[in-house]
Write a protein that binds this ligand. Sequence first.
Ligand code: ARG
Ligand code: ZN
Ligand code: CA
Length: 243
Amino acid sequence: GLGVINIPVVVHVIYNVNKPQENISDAQIASQIRILNDDFNAQNNDVSGVPAEFADLVADSDFSFSLVQTIRKSSTKTSWGTNDAMKRSSSGGSDPVDPENKLNIWVCNIGGGILGYAQFPGGSPDTDGVVVGPQFFGDEGYVQAPFDKGRTTTHEVGHWVNLRHIWGDGRCKQDDFVADTPSSDGPNYGCPSYPTVNCRSNDMTMNYMDYTDDGCMYMFSEGQKSRMRSIFASGGPRNGFIS
Ligand code: ARG
Ligand code: ZN
Ligand code: CA
């Protein structure tokens, strides 16, 4: 097997000149790195909330995230949208650093009610990585409930390692390509009670790849673990991370 997969992380903080709070602290950044390590290794305190039905499926995915660089840049832009402008210095953003061997995270205000977005494996290195709003990054400092436990970044990094939404972005028959996540009919929001039944089974609403509040998502499944780790194997799109 691959053993622990090491993911060096570069964080680009791009803040509005008139909103110094968007220039988040090193402590806030550190809190997010800790949360990634907790969540991807089933070390999060709230994992104990997983119902018995799914307890055997809780995955320790064996990833190790480490912050290697923080880049800070001010901007006159107030929101960045989702067209990747924050990833290009030519459009006032910050170019990715060594994207074949490092996870680049841009922390900036996206706007439009969007908390974060990600690029799946196999795309252009020029835009590879994830983008997260400063209020949704980490669990201290400039954070905003109910998205103040760093789970937006956990969710977006889930996409970056090839995970789909738990409902497969479609109705019951639409698959997320993971066998052990029950079929669902659409996203769940807020903090659903258990059981939440859709498609004749109980939804895994507490999975990071649903759309629930940060405090109500606390597991990846074993099937998701295999899907995410397989892209790091020889010939896989993120094999560059394996030295
Ligand atoms: N891409 C999703 C959005 O912007 C992220 C949802 C993350 N969910 C969360 N509870 N943090 O809506
Ligand atoms: Zn998503
Ligand atoms: Ca499934």
